[in-house]
Design a binder for this molecule. Sequence first.
Ligand SMILES: [Zn+2]
Ligand SMILES: [Zn+2]
Length: 160
Amino acid sequence: MASYFDEHNCEPLNSEREVRTNMLLELARGGGPGPGSLFNRMDFEHLGLVVDWDHHLPPPAAKAVVNNLPRTVISSSQAELKCPVCLVEFEEEETAIELPCHHLFHSSCILPWLSKTNSCPLCRHELPTDDDTYEQHRQDKARKQQQQHRLESLHGAMYT
Ligand SMILES: [Zn+2]
Ligand SMILES: [Zn+2]
């Protein structure tokens, strides 16, 4: 008998998401600036990393936001943590950048990344951008999701 997950295709979806997350990290590691970079739209589409934003990579994080990201001095209890981009352990007293999702990175690892796109390479938490059309798109998407949610609760209210 087929399980619920087989029938609903849940498991492949989840692992696909995991693969995508790992690819983002791979890109963060290897995606230096310049023409040899993996980081362009073509390659992104190739890798199946097309994001919802009309098949474009989200724009860079807003400069003001990046400049104001909290700098954290690594404490002895954090010293065993690794920077997710370069996989090097932080050293005590070293300064790291903390994203709003509380992931820590070397500034030299995360700043080049955030100048290309706006999300945490580890969990895809999005930072605000300077791009009006993208922000507009994000608002539209949130509104649609809310609408969908309202419809679903309405449906629930009518049939229960
Ligand atoms: Zn690093
Ligand atoms: Zn994160």
